[in-house]
Design a protein. Structure first.
Length: 523
């Protein structure tokens, strides 16, 4: 960055931050600086000072800290000092930054551009946090912060150089957005944000993720954590843009996302799996902000668009899968077993065209997660009941983790089999059974004819010849690549297990809830 125009833009932005006319933005920078080092070296008073400068943000941080999603043990929190000790520095940092971005859109008669950018920043952060779970070694809270900060330069442009920004947007109709900003400002929004945050002495672990990442760079980056974080943040920002774009029709969204993901697959293997669930996770996180804090500033049309992107993507995926090859049978097990990828815990039934809506079951479980005083065990019981209802399965067992990470035992369930087992059911991933295959591969297994002799050879003793169980589905629970449980949903008679796309989507969402509750139980 050397042009005189770029230097003038940087000086204008720096002066605006120093003069402090921009609500919340200086506090965001100070918050990042305060918590960017080793948390052991940062005093609680340093963090409290930043957050307590704004009474509204302070109240909302403490309010969020008292919800089950952040505080599963329901420890009463009445100060930032308590919140830090109970929740941790990193989670408080991302939560406070989210609320500061939201507050930025409610003050000083915020423009539509400011509201849209705050929405995109929060969506990018939520997507990065969710996607980081697929990448061992990447911290979800740090991913949130980096992805949300990627729009910092653009927010500055809109807040203190609005007319010039609108001129750049008009120019962008005839060319790339970055080139239009270079013409008007002398540098891109990402470059402006990087320079401002660099001047604030943010550490390389954050600044590195805010660098420009052209498509050519994706082919040469390695698999080091900092390089993966940079690409994850870049992907999340672009995915947020696609998901919120009013110019992208629903029928074109799937192809655009798949094209985007193709460029990141080498550096972030498997990042495209369950992408619709990550979009849904981001949507739920923003919904929780809206309802918990009575927000009216985030654009309603953008919130609705994000909510519907998942369903349009899943429909397009189902249509594409309809012509694909059938799943293969497990090695050494009869054709009565079908193994399916974890992304599709069931088989598409083309005959079902008007599937029921199970949103009430999902909303009930989601509401329990955020309700103070509700234990993770209670959430898991609710998931069991919801899955039973959606699959119309009389039997449902849920085996979760133990002190031995390779062993899972029965703690939750419903039906005659659950009562008869009395908690005796155990699965060891080191054994060669259909349940261990489900856990090892994190793939759903459909057992259509449970009493076939070849099937019996691959069952643990407690499941062999189980009465009243002629067919069942095994559904894995996982956090990233770590297995945290397995669910069995069963029927008394042999049957071909066919699940509609609506059932598949609903079950996957419930399993995600269950996985999070298993993690909270483990801690």
């Amino acid at each position: 960055m050397s042009s005189s125009l770029a230097n003038r833009t940087l000086e204008r932005a720096s002066s605006a931050l120093r003069a402090n006319p921009i609500a919340c933005l200086p506090e965001i920078v100070k918050l990042m600086r305060t918590l960017s080092g080793n948390s052991v070296q940062v005093s609680v008073s340093d963090l409290a000072e930043v957050i307590q400068k704004d009474a509204v943000v302070l109240a909302k941080v403490i309010g969020a800290a008292n919800t089950l999603g952040y505080n599963p043990n329901a420890a009463p929190i009445s100060s930032i000092h308590q919140a830090v000790h109970v929740i941790g520095y990193e989670r408080i940092r991302s939560l406070a930054m989210s609320l500061m971005l939201i507050e930025q859109t409610t003050r000083n008669q915020s423009t539509d551009e400011q509201k849209a950018l705050a929405m995109q920043s929060l969506t990018a952060g939520a997507l990065a946090q969710s996607l980081a779970g697929r990448c061992p070694g990447l911290d979800g809270e740090q991913a949130f912060v980096c992805a949300a900060l990627r729009n910092f330069g653009r927010i500055i442009m809109v807040t203190c150089m609005l007319e010039e920004y609108r001129d750049a947007q008009k120019l962008a109709d005839n060319g790339p957005d970055d080139e239009a900003c270079r013409t008007v400002f002398g540098l891109t929004p990402l470059e402006l944000g990087y320079e401002l945050l660099k001047a604030a002495n943010l550490p390389d672990e954050i600044l590195g993720a805010l660098r420009e990442l052209p498509p050519s760079a994706l082919a040469v980056l390695g698999h080091k954590p900092d390089q993966q974080m940079q690409s994850l943040v870049d992907l999340s920002s672009r995915l947020a843009g696609l998901s919120l774009s009013a110019d992208l029709a629903a029928e074109d969204y799937h192809a655009s996302v798949r094209q985007l993901l193709a460029g990141y697959e080498k550096l972030l293997p498997g990042i495209g799996q369950d992408i619709a669930d990550h979009v849904a996770s981001a949507s739920r996180q923003l919904d929780r902000y809206v309802h918990a804090f009575k927000l009216k500033s985030l654009p309603a049309e953008s919130l609705n668009r994000l909510k519907h992107r998942r369903s349009s993507f899943v429909k397009a995926e189902a249509a594409a899968a309809a012509g694909s090859a059938p799943p293969v049978a497990a090695e050494g097990i009869s054709a009565a077993v079908t193994i399916l990828p974890a992304a599709a815990p069931g088989m598409r039934d083309p005959a079902r065209t008007a599937a029921p809506d199970w949103s009430a079951q999902i909303s009930h479980v989601s509401g329990l997660i955020d309700k103070p005083g509700v234990s993770p065990a209670h959430v898991l019981n609710a998931v069991v009941q919801a899955v039973r209802h959606i699959m119309a399965a009389p039997e449902c067992l849920l085996l979760t983790g133990t002190a031995d990470p390779a062993v899972f035992s029965l703690h939750h369930g419903h039906g005659a089999l659950f009562k008869s087992l009395g908690g005796r059911a155990v699965v060891d991933v080191r054994d060669r059974t259909v349940l261990s295959i489900c856990l090892q591969r994190q793939e759903s297994i459909m057992i259509h004819h449970a009493h076939e002799p070849k099937i019996q050879a691959y069952l643990p003793a407690w499941l062999k010849g189980a009465p009243g169980l002629g067919a069942y589905a095994l559904l894995p629970l996982s956090e990233g690549k770590t297995a945290c449980g397995v669910m069995l949903a069963g029927w008394p008679d042999s049957r071909q297990i066919d699940l509609s796309p609506a059932q598949v989507r609903s079950i996957r969402e419930l399993l995600r809830f269950a996985s999070g509750s298993c993690r909270r139980l483990a801690h």
